[in-house]
Design a protein around this ligand. Structure first.
Ligand code: PLP
Length: 359
Protein backbone atom coordinates (compact mmCIF):
# COMPACT_ATOMS: atom_id res chain seq x y z
CA UNK A 1 0.00 0.00 0.00
CA UNK A 2 1.32 3.42 -0.92
CA UNK A 3 -0.25 6.06 1.31
CA UNK A 4 -0.84 9.38 -0.46
CA UNK A 5 -3.56 11.00 1.62
CA UNK A 6 -1.54 13.13 4.06
CA UNK A 7 -4.15 15.91 4.12
CA UNK A 8 -6.77 13.49 5.50
CA UNK A 9 -4.41 12.29 8.20
CA UNK A 10 -0.73 11.63 8.75
CA UNK A 11 0.92 8.48 10.12
CA UNK A 12 1.75 8.59 13.83
CA UNK A 13 5.42 9.52 14.25
CA UNK A 14 7.28 6.74 16.13
CA UNK A 15 8.53 9.40 18.58
CA UNK A 16 4.93 10.49 19.30
CA UNK A 17 3.89 6.89 19.89
CA UNK A 18 6.81 6.38 22.31
CA UNK A 19 5.84 9.50 24.22
CA UNK A 20 2.29 8.19 24.60
CA UNK A 21 3.07 4.72 25.92
CA UNK A 22 3.82 5.53 29.61
CA UNK A 23 0.37 7.20 29.86
CA UNK A 24 -1.42 4.16 28.45
CA UNK A 25 -0.28 1.97 31.34
CA UNK A 26 -2.43 -0.74 32.89
CA UNK A 27 -2.84 -1.35 36.63
CA UNK A 28 0.85 -2.24 37.06
CA UNK A 29 2.09 1.35 36.55
CA UNK A 30 0.67 4.70 37.70
CA UNK A 31 0.63 6.29 34.21
CA UNK A 32 -3.13 5.84 33.90
CA UNK A 33 -3.85 8.41 36.62
CA UNK A 34 -6.29 11.26 36.13
CA UNK A 35 -4.27 14.44 35.41
CA UNK A 36 -6.81 16.45 37.39
CA UNK A 37 -6.30 14.40 40.61
CA UNK A 38 -4.18 16.01 43.32
CA UNK A 39 -2.27 12.82 44.33
CA UNK A 40 1.25 12.00 43.18
CA UNK A 41 0.45 9.96 40.02
CA UNK A 42 -2.20 12.54 39.12
CA UNK A 43 0.34 15.33 39.46
CA UNK A 44 2.82 13.39 37.30
CA UNK A 45 0.18 13.05 34.59
CA UNK A 46 -0.65 16.76 34.90
CA UNK A 47 3.05 17.59 34.53
CA UNK A 48 3.16 15.56 31.30
CA UNK A 49 0.15 17.53 30.02
CA UNK A 50 1.93 20.81 30.79
CA UNK A 51 5.10 19.70 29.01
CA UNK A 52 2.95 18.87 25.98
CA UNK A 53 1.21 22.25 26.20
CA UNK A 54 4.60 23.98 26.04
CA UNK A 55 5.67 21.86 23.08
CA UNK A 56 2.48 22.73 21.16
CA UNK A 57 2.79 26.40 22.19
CA UNK A 58 6.27 26.48 20.66
CA UNK A 59 4.64 26.13 17.21
CA UNK A 60 2.46 29.19 17.91
CA UNK A 61 2.94 32.91 18.49
CA UNK A 62 3.90 34.14 21.97
CA UNK A 63 1.38 35.99 24.14
CA UNK A 64 -1.40 33.42 24.24
CA UNK A 65 -2.54 30.14 25.78
CA UNK A 66 -3.13 26.67 24.37
CA UNK A 67 -6.47 25.03 25.22
CA UNK A 68 -6.57 21.31 24.45
CA UNK A 69 -9.74 20.09 22.72
CA UNK A 70 -10.91 16.79 21.26
CA UNK A 71 -10.18 17.85 17.66
CA UNK A 72 -9.58 20.90 15.53
CA UNK A 73 -13.29 20.83 14.68
CA UNK A 74 -14.05 21.31 18.37
CA UNK A 75 -11.44 24.10 18.57
CA UNK A 76 -13.14 25.90 15.67
CA UNK A 77 -16.53 25.46 17.34
CA UNK A 78 -15.13 26.86 20.60
CA UNK A 79 -13.64 29.88 18.81
CA UNK A 80 -16.84 30.77 16.94
CA UNK A 81 -19.57 29.74 19.37
CA UNK A 82 -17.48 30.89 22.35
CA UNK A 83 -17.56 34.44 20.96
CA UNK A 84 -21.16 34.43 19.67
CA UNK A 85 -20.54 37.10 17.02
CA UNK A 86 -23.63 38.38 15.21
CA UNK A 87 -21.80 39.09 11.93
CA UNK A 88 -19.11 36.71 10.64
CA UNK A 89 -16.99 36.77 7.47
CA UNK A 90 -15.37 33.51 6.36
CA UNK A 91 -13.55 32.54 3.20
CA UNK A 92 -15.55 30.45 0.77
CA UNK A 93 -12.90 27.71 0.86
CA UNK A 94 -12.95 27.05 4.61
CA UNK A 95 -13.26 23.57 6.05
CA UNK A 96 -16.76 22.49 7.12
CA UNK A 97 -15.57 22.97 10.72
CA UNK A 98 -15.76 26.72 10.08
CA UNK A 99 -18.49 26.91 7.41
CA UNK A 100 -21.02 24.74 9.23
CA UNK A 101 -20.27 26.24 12.65
CA UNK A 102 -20.69 29.77 11.29
CA UNK A 103 -24.01 28.69 9.73
CA UNK A 104 -25.16 27.00 12.94
CA UNK A 105 -24.18 29.99 15.09
CA UNK A 106 -27.17 31.99 13.87
CA UNK A 107 -24.88 34.86 12.84
CA UNK A 108 -25.18 36.69 9.55
CA UNK A 109 -22.41 35.11 7.43
CA UNK A 110 -20.49 36.92 4.67
CA UNK A 111 -18.23 35.01 2.31
CA UNK A 112 -14.77 36.25 1.35
CA UNK A 113 -14.20 34.87 -2.14
CA UNK A 114 -10.95 33.42 -3.37
CA UNK A 115 -9.69 33.92 -6.91
CA UNK A 116 -9.28 31.21 -9.55
CA UNK A 117 -5.85 30.53 -8.03
CA UNK A 118 -7.52 29.44 -4.78
CA UNK A 119 -6.22 32.41 -2.83
CA UNK A 120 -8.25 35.03 -0.97
CA UNK A 121 -6.86 38.44 -2.09
CA UNK A 122 -4.82 40.12 0.63
CA UNK A 123 -6.71 43.41 0.07
CA UNK A 124 -10.14 41.79 0.43
CA UNK A 125 -12.79 44.15 1.82
CA UNK A 126 -14.17 43.20 5.22
CA UNK A 127 -17.94 43.89 5.17
CA UNK A 128 -19.15 46.65 7.49
CA UNK A 129 -20.22 45.48 10.91
CA UNK A 130 -18.18 42.25 10.81
CA UNK A 131 -17.16 41.17 14.30
CA UNK A 132 -15.36 37.94 13.50
CA UNK A 133 -13.29 36.81 10.48
CA UNK A 134 -12.03 33.27 9.79
CA UNK A 135 -9.59 32.40 7.03
CA UNK A 136 -7.53 29.22 6.92
CA UNK A 137 -3.76 29.16 6.52
CA UNK A 138 -3.39 26.27 4.04
CA UNK A 139 -6.37 24.86 2.19
CA UNK A 140 -6.90 21.17 2.86
CA UNK A 141 -8.14 20.33 -0.64
CA UNK A 142 -5.80 22.26 -2.92
CA UNK A 143 -2.97 23.28 -0.58
CA UNK A 144 -3.08 27.00 -1.40
CA UNK A 145 -1.46 29.24 1.22
CA UNK A 146 -3.60 32.21 2.20
CA UNK A 147 -2.18 35.67 3.05
CA UNK A 148 -3.53 35.31 6.57
CA UNK A 149 -1.37 37.98 8.27
CA UNK A 150 -2.59 40.64 5.84
CA UNK A 151 -6.23 39.54 6.13
CA UNK A 152 -5.91 39.41 9.94
CA UNK A 153 -4.63 43.00 9.87
CA UNK A 154 -7.58 44.12 7.75
CA UNK A 155 -10.04 42.26 9.99
CA UNK A 156 -8.61 43.85 13.12
CA UNK A 157 -8.57 47.31 11.51
CA UNK A 158 -12.29 46.78 10.81
CA UNK A 159 -12.83 45.95 14.50
CA UNK A 160 -13.15 42.17 14.09
CA UNK A 161 -11.36 39.26 15.75
CA UNK A 162 -9.39 36.96 13.47
CA UNK A 163 -9.47 33.15 13.68
CA UNK A 164 -7.04 31.09 11.63
CA UNK A 165 -7.62 27.41 10.94
CA UNK A 166 -3.95 26.39 10.77
CA UNK A 167 -4.65 22.64 10.71
CA UNK A 168 -2.85 22.08 7.40
CA UNK A 169 -0.13 24.67 7.94
CA UNK A 170 0.95 24.10 11.54
CA UNK A 171 4.39 22.59 11.90
CA UNK A 172 5.04 23.17 8.19
CA UNK A 173 5.09 26.94 7.86
CA UNK A 174 5.25 29.78 10.41
CA UNK A 175 1.97 30.60 12.17
CA UNK A 176 0.19 33.93 11.52
CA UNK A 177 1.75 36.11 14.21
CA UNK A 178 -1.18 38.52 14.50
CA UNK A 179 -4.13 36.08 14.66
CA UNK A 180 -6.39 36.25 17.72
CA UNK A 181 -7.11 32.53 17.72
CA UNK A 182 -5.52 29.57 15.91
CA UNK A 183 -6.89 26.02 15.60
CA UNK A 184 -4.64 22.95 15.30
CA UNK A 185 -5.06 19.19 15.03
CA UNK A 186 -2.53 16.61 16.24
CA UNK A 187 -3.32 14.02 13.59
CA UNK A 188 -2.26 16.33 10.75
CA UNK A 189 1.21 16.80 12.24
CA UNK A 190 2.09 13.12 12.84
CA UNK A 191 0.40 13.02 16.24
CA UNK A 192 -2.58 10.95 17.45
CA UNK A 193 -6.22 11.35 16.44
CA UNK A 194 -8.66 12.60 19.05
CA UNK A 195 -6.88 15.76 20.16
CA UNK A 196 -6.67 19.31 18.86
CA UNK A 197 -5.99 22.72 20.33
CA UNK A 198 -7.20 26.27 20.24
CA UNK A 199 -4.57 28.93 20.80
CA UNK A 200 -6.14 32.08 22.24
CA UNK A 201 -4.33 35.42 22.39
CA UNK A 202 -4.10 36.92 25.90
CA UNK A 203 -7.02 39.27 26.50
CA UNK A 204 -9.43 37.52 24.09
CA UNK A 205 -12.50 36.52 26.11
CA UNK A 206 -14.23 33.22 25.34
CA UNK A 207 -17.20 31.38 26.84
CA UNK A 208 -17.07 27.58 27.07
CA UNK A 209 -19.26 25.45 24.83
CA UNK A 210 -18.72 22.30 26.92
CA UNK A 211 -19.67 22.55 30.58
CA UNK A 212 -18.71 20.39 33.52
CA UNK A 213 -15.59 20.04 35.65
CA UNK A 214 -14.04 23.33 34.55
CA UNK A 215 -10.82 21.86 33.12
CA UNK A 216 -8.68 23.86 30.68
CA UNK A 217 -9.20 27.12 32.61
CA UNK A 218 -12.94 26.59 32.49
CA UNK A 219 -12.96 26.65 28.70
CA UNK A 220 -13.17 22.94 27.96
CA UNK A 221 -14.52 20.64 30.63
CA UNK A 222 -13.71 16.96 30.48
CA UNK A 223 -10.79 14.81 31.63
CA UNK A 224 -7.75 15.28 29.43
CA UNK A 225 -5.92 12.26 28.05
CA UNK A 226 -2.25 12.57 29.07
CA UNK A 227 -1.37 10.03 26.36
CA UNK A 228 -2.98 12.10 23.61
CA UNK A 229 -1.46 15.31 24.98
CA UNK A 230 2.00 13.72 25.19
CA UNK A 231 1.70 12.39 21.62
CA UNK A 232 0.57 15.79 20.37
CA UNK A 233 3.43 17.51 22.21
CA UNK A 234 6.08 15.13 20.89
CA UNK A 235 4.70 15.50 17.34
CA UNK A 236 4.78 19.30 17.67
CA UNK A 237 8.37 19.24 18.92
CA UNK A 238 9.38 16.97 16.06
CA UNK A 239 7.59 19.20 13.53
CA UNK A 240 9.52 22.22 14.79
CA UNK A 241 12.81 20.30 14.51
CA UNK A 242 11.96 18.95 11.03
CA UNK A 243 10.37 22.05 9.50
CA UNK A 244 13.23 22.78 7.12
CA UNK A 245 14.08 19.18 6.24
CA UNK A 246 10.39 18.25 5.76
CA UNK A 247 9.94 21.20 3.37
CA UNK A 248 13.06 20.21 1.40
CA UNK A 249 11.85 16.60 1.19
CA UNK A 250 8.44 17.85 -0.01
CA UNK A 251 10.06 19.93 -2.73
CA UNK A 252 11.92 16.90 -4.08
CA UNK A 253 8.74 14.82 -4.04
CA UNK A 254 6.74 17.62 -5.65
CA UNK A 255 9.19 17.95 -8.54
CA UNK A 256 9.07 14.19 -9.07
CA UNK A 257 5.26 13.97 -9.08
CA UNK A 258 4.78 17.13 -11.17
CA UNK A 259 7.24 15.80 -13.72
CA UNK A 260 5.42 12.48 -14.14
CA UNK A 261 1.98 14.13 -14.20
CA UNK A 262 3.06 17.14 -16.23
CA UNK A 263 0.15 16.99 -18.70
CA UNK A 264 -2.47 17.05 -15.93
CA UNK A 265 -3.97 20.42 -14.93
CA UNK A 266 -3.07 21.72 -11.48
CA UNK A 267 -6.00 23.02 -9.41
CA UNK A 268 -5.00 26.23 -7.62
CA UNK A 269 -1.79 28.22 -7.46
CA UNK A 270 1.49 26.45 -8.11
CA UNK A 271 3.74 28.84 -6.16
CA UNK A 272 1.59 29.98 -3.24
CA UNK A 273 0.96 26.44 -2.16
CA UNK A 274 2.12 23.74 0.24
CA UNK A 275 4.05 21.43 -2.06
CA UNK A 276 2.85 18.28 -0.29
CA UNK A 277 -0.58 18.68 -1.90
CA UNK A 278 -0.98 17.92 -5.59
CA UNK A 279 -4.61 18.44 -6.65
CA UNK A 280 -4.91 17.69 -10.35
CA UNK A 281 -7.55 17.13 -12.97
CA UNK A 282 -7.74 15.44 -16.32
CA UNK A 283 -10.55 16.08 -18.80
CA UNK A 284 -13.01 13.18 -18.86
CA UNK A 285 -11.32 11.20 -16.06
CA UNK A 286 -13.55 8.69 -14.25
CA UNK A 287 -12.10 9.08 -10.75
CA UNK A 288 -14.15 6.30 -9.15
CA UNK A 289 -12.85 3.84 -11.78
CA UNK A 290 -9.29 5.07 -11.34
CA UNK A 291 -9.50 4.54 -7.60
CA UNK A 292 -10.99 1.08 -7.94
CA UNK A 293 -8.28 0.10 -10.46
CA UNK A 294 -5.57 1.30 -8.07
CA UNK A 295 -6.64 -0.15 -4.75
CA UNK A 296 -3.07 -0.31 -3.49
CA UNK A 297 -2.63 3.42 -3.70
CA UNK A 298 -4.44 5.46 -1.05
CA UNK A 299 -5.13 8.81 -2.71
CA UNK A 300 -8.28 10.85 -2.70
CA UNK A 301 -11.02 12.13 -4.96
CA UNK A 302 -10.91 15.83 -4.16
CA UNK A 303 -11.22 15.75 -0.38
CA UNK A 304 -12.01 13.15 2.23
CA UNK A 305 -14.95 15.31 3.35
CA UNK A 306 -16.57 15.69 -0.07
CA UNK A 307 -15.85 12.17 -1.34
CA UNK A 308 -18.79 9.84 -0.92
CA UNK A 309 -21.32 12.65 -0.58
CA UNK A 310 -21.90 12.81 -4.34
CA UNK A 311 -21.52 16.58 -4.16
CA UNK A 312 -18.59 18.14 -5.97
CA UNK A 313 -16.13 20.00 -3.76
CA UNK A 314 -17.06 23.56 -2.72
CA UNK A 315 -13.38 24.49 -2.98
CA UNK A 316 -13.05 23.33 -6.60
CA UNK A 317 -16.27 25.14 -7.44
CA UNK A 318 -14.96 28.26 -5.68
CA UNK A 319 -11.93 28.37 -8.01
CA UNK A 320 -14.28 28.27 -11.00
CA UNK A 321 -14.37 24.59 -11.93
CA UNK A 322 -17.65 23.21 -13.25
CA UNK A 323 -19.13 20.03 -11.87
CA UNK A 324 -17.46 17.83 -14.51
CA UNK A 325 -14.03 19.36 -13.94
CA UNK A 326 -14.36 19.10 -10.18
CA UNK A 327 -15.37 15.46 -10.46
CA UNK A 328 -12.39 14.66 -12.70
CA UNK A 329 -9.95 15.86 -10.01
CA UNK A 330 -7.77 13.86 -7.64
CA UNK A 331 -5.66 14.83 -4.63
CA UNK A 332 -2.26 13.25 -4.09
CA UNK A 333 -0.92 14.13 -0.65
CA UNK A 334 2.54 13.24 0.57
CA UNK A 335 4.61 13.93 3.64
CA UNK A 336 7.57 13.16 5.87
CA UNK A 337 7.43 9.39 5.51
CA UNK A 338 6.74 9.26 1.75
CA UNK A 339 9.66 7.73 -0.11
CA UNK A 340 10.76 9.08 -3.46
CA UNK A 341 10.53 5.68 -5.17
CA UNK A 342 7.03 4.89 -3.94
CA UNK A 343 5.73 8.28 -5.06
CA UNK A 344 7.38 7.83 -8.43
CA UNK A 345 5.84 4.37 -8.76
CA UNK A 346 2.37 5.55 -7.67
CA UNK A 347 2.35 8.56 -10.01
CA UNK A 348 3.47 6.42 -12.95
CA UNK A 349 0.62 3.97 -12.21
CA UNK A 350 -1.95 6.77 -11.79
CA UNK A 351 -0.87 8.28 -15.11
CA UNK A 352 -0.87 4.98 -17.03
CA UNK A 353 -4.23 3.89 -15.57
CA UNK A 354 -5.85 7.24 -16.40
CA UNK A 355 -4.50 7.09 -19.95
CA UNK A 356 -5.91 3.59 -20.31
CA UNK A 357 -9.35 5.20 -19.84
CA UNK A 358 -8.63 7.00 -23.11
CA UNK A 359 -8.42 10.41 -21.45
N1 PLP B 1 -9.55 22.19 9.25
C1 PLP B 1 -8.87 21.68 8.22
C2 PLP B 1 -8.24 22.60 7.22
C3 PLP B 1 -8.78 20.30 8.08
O1 PLP B 1 -8.11 19.78 7.04
C4 PLP B 1 -9.40 19.46 9.04
C5 PLP B 1 -9.38 17.99 8.88
O2 PLP B 1 -9.57 17.48 7.79
C6 PLP B 1 -10.06 20.06 10.12
C7 PLP B 1 -10.12 21.42 10.19
C8 PLP B 1 -10.69 19.23 11.18
O3 PLP B 1 -9.70 18.60 11.99
P1 PLP B 1 -10.08 17.44 13.03
O4 PLP B 1 -10.03 16.17 12.27
O5 PLP B 1 -9.01 17.51 14.08
O6 PLP B 1 -11.42 17.78 13.56
Amino acid sequence: MIYLDYQATTPLAPEAREAMLPWLAGPEAPGFANPHSPHRPGRAAAAAVEVAREQVAALLPTGGKVIFTGSATEALNLAILGRKPSVIAVSNIEHAGVLDTAAASGAQVHFLECGSDGIVPDDIAIPDGTQFVAVMQVNNEIGTIQPVEKIAGRAQAAGALFLCDAVQGAGKIAPPDNADMIALSAHKIYGPKGIGALWVRDGVELSPIIHGGGQEQGLRSGTLSPALCAGFGAAAQLAAQHMTSDAAHMERLWQCARGILSDWTLNGSDEQRWHGNLNLRREGLDVARLMSDLRNIAFSAGSACASGSGRSSHVLRAIGLDDREAKSSIRIGFGRYTEFRELEDACAKIHATAKAQGV
